[in-house]
Design a protein around this ligand. Sequence first.
Ligand code: MN
Length: 327
Amino acid sequence: MSNLELEPQETACGDAPTAARPQALAPRDVPLGGPRSMTVRRTLPHRHRRMVGAWCFVDDYGPTDLRGQDGMQVPPHPHTGLQTVSWLLEGEVLHRDSLGSRQRIAPGQLNLMTAGHGIAHSEETPPPEQRTTQRLAGVQLWVALPAASRSVAPAFEHHPTLPVLDDGGVAVTVVMGALGGSASPATTFSPLVGADLALGAGARTALPLEPGFEHAVLVTDGATVQVAGRSVERGTLLYLPPGPSTLPIESPGSARALLIGGEPFTERIVMWWNFVGSDHDEVAAAREQWQAADARFGTVHGYAGGRLAAPALPNARLTPRGRTRDA
Ligand code: MN
């Protein structure tokens, strides 16, 4: 996924006090671009919160009926300083990147791209004759890399199977990090967790949490879910501060949800367009190099269409700031 806003806001993150209370973060609709393309619901960054642990970007989309639609069409674009986490609820997406990866992803599988020093990729719904389904729903998340790992070599991982735990009528897929003694094989660079929760009607459980992590739950499908005693509607991201060692969840109807969490990200970073850097100059240099087709980002082969141009930088210098809006 690319940030396709025409005037992306600078988002400075890191090094802020942890919010003491849960926050319900409502999504905003963001068009992905193109006349027959999709709209996504964005809950991070949010005007009330920039990050949850190292998680710095959360889009969810669909379910979409793709008949007569292009679906997801995100032309080649660059990333630095982050990982992209692609997770589908329905349908399929084809990923191509400048390392030469070409990987279709299906529900239950993880596509994880570590941008590190720099990479370019495209994401697309296959053309109608190559589709195996006409439905599409999923989430796209970014994880900020800490300074020590921000410039690692780019890498792409596809994990066709992930550990699934069954707990009180909830099938828990461990996508990133570890939960309940099961660990995802995905590469991480800071202590964090990401898990998909498939909740049966009447499901009731208490998920084990790492008390030092902050967490958030996004209801991605179905009915309202009770999370830590609060009603969470579909599309809303409920932020939960560190402390508890369990997370009570009850679902009257069947639903899907995503749990993300991690150690509060204490470093200050700048996030702008598709880049994470430690300061304005790093981000400005990455933008310049992308615009100049510099070898830093390589070339994505096989995408039917041109590459995305970077938007103009804001007039003001990007200032690294706290991970919540109060900081
Ligand atoms: Mn992307």
